[in-house]
Design a protein around this ligand. Sequence first.
Ligand SMILES: [Zn+2]
Ligand SMILES: [Zn+2]
Length: 271
Amino acid sequence: MHGFVIRGTRGTLPTCGPDFFRYGGDTTCFSLETSQGLLVIDAGTGLRHVTQELADRSDLPPITVLLTHLHMDHLVGLPSFGPLYSSHAQIRFMADSNREDDWQQALLAFIRKPYWPVGLTDADATLEFGSLSPPGEPMEIYGVRVGWCAIPHPQQCVAYRLDWSGGSVVIATDVEFEASRIPVHFIQFCQGASHLIFDAHFTPSEIGHYAGWGHSTWETGVALAQASGVGELLLTHHRPTRYDTDIDAIVEAARKVFPQTRGASTNIALP
Ligand SMILES: [Zn+2]
Ligand SMILES: [Zn+2]
């Protein structure tokens, strides 16, 4: 599973059924494995695919879980993450220390009785909690250059940029920008990335009803992709009511402006 893989693309709630088959129903999760370790970005239900693949392996790589924020659709896969229950696993969680909440306490409160039969503190794995580097100072994790940038979303969120020998991917999910008012510093953050994975939860006709909900549209995605010169735009955080055919229509509209656009779908590898 070396390389970058999209594990979950759905926003808010997982979905299932034939109408969701092509883009997938799992909520947000991404993975990037190198010869040195496994990076996981967010722990939505898509994390189950990582658990499945690791279950077939005799060796467990060191694992770092980078969290964008703590909304449930980005965490709900974590309690059933297989390596938590392996004494051979080393798992480090990282998030923005500038958050207004205590994110480590929030994780401990999320995974404990009566919500789950085992508390995070009872996990068999060796756990570690770490803070992201100061803004603008990328970290080096498992041979991957990891940058991050705070983005507007209720209860705060961050975007990540991963640069490694195989490509450069920006993950900007759960972010509310207007297409005509994307901050220059964020355009620079995305500049020249091979792939931009961007929040297109709402359509342009819906967004007027949902100002302040913390999500964007494909129009903002293509504006950002054009301004920052990325190689490909992948629209993600698909609204749970969105059938595959609805997402097809969104992608088709976006392609008229930025042809290198597709809809993010579960278990596709980049590049
Ligand atoms: Zn979300
Ligand atoms: Zn959110």
